[in-house]
Design a protein around this ligand. Structure first.
Ligand code: FES
Length: 157
């Protein structure tokens, strides 16, 4: 059964007093749950969080399902999100994604056998002038080549 750490619970309690309505605290609290639940928000974590925040589970699920930065399935230690919007695609993002999937032997959206890598395609990450680019966990990497992307991921393992 998922449960936040004492510090995580303290964080949630503090967030609940920060806004005019408790509902406004759902986003930061979901980030805290994701951080403490190995990078994703499970259904049982939603039940736990809604209880802790004293909010309907449906409200937490609405926010969870609207925003793509919350993962609804388990992810690897490194969540590699390759931008596949227009600028990045014109600069080889589709080929880069395939190269990364082949190199790390993982299907899109799944966790590699060693638990290290999940690769997903995402929409514009806001760095079109330095395409192609990717996000790995909370960091961004630009002007990628096949070699530099693989090197970056391997260095982070
Ligand atoms: S299209 Fe890739 S960052 Fe905008």
């Amino acid at each position: 059964m998922f449960k936040l750490s004492p510090a995580g619970e303290e964080f949630v309690k503090k967030e609940l007093t920060r806004y005019e309505t408790k509902r406004s605290a759902i986003i930061p609290c979901l980030f805290k749950v994701q951080e403490e639940n190995k990078g994703w928000v499970s259904p049982e974590a939603v039940t736990y969080l809604s209880g802790l925040m004293d909010l309907p589970e449906a409200w937490v699920n609405e926010v969870l399902n609207f925003y793509t930065m919350f993962n609804k399935e388990p992810v690897g230690k490194l969540h590699v999100q390759v931008c596949c919007n227009i600028s990045c695609c014109m600069n080889g993002a589709r080929e880069l994604t395939k190269h990364l999937k082949d190199t790390f032997n993982v299907k899109e959206g799944e966790v590699s056998a060693d638990g290290n890598v999940t690769i997903t395609r995402v929409e514009c990450l806001g760095s079109c002038g330095t395409a192609p680019m990717m996000q790995v966990n909370d960091n961004y990497y630009e002007n990628l080549t096949h070699e530099s992307a693989v090197k970056t991921i391997k260095e982070l393992m």
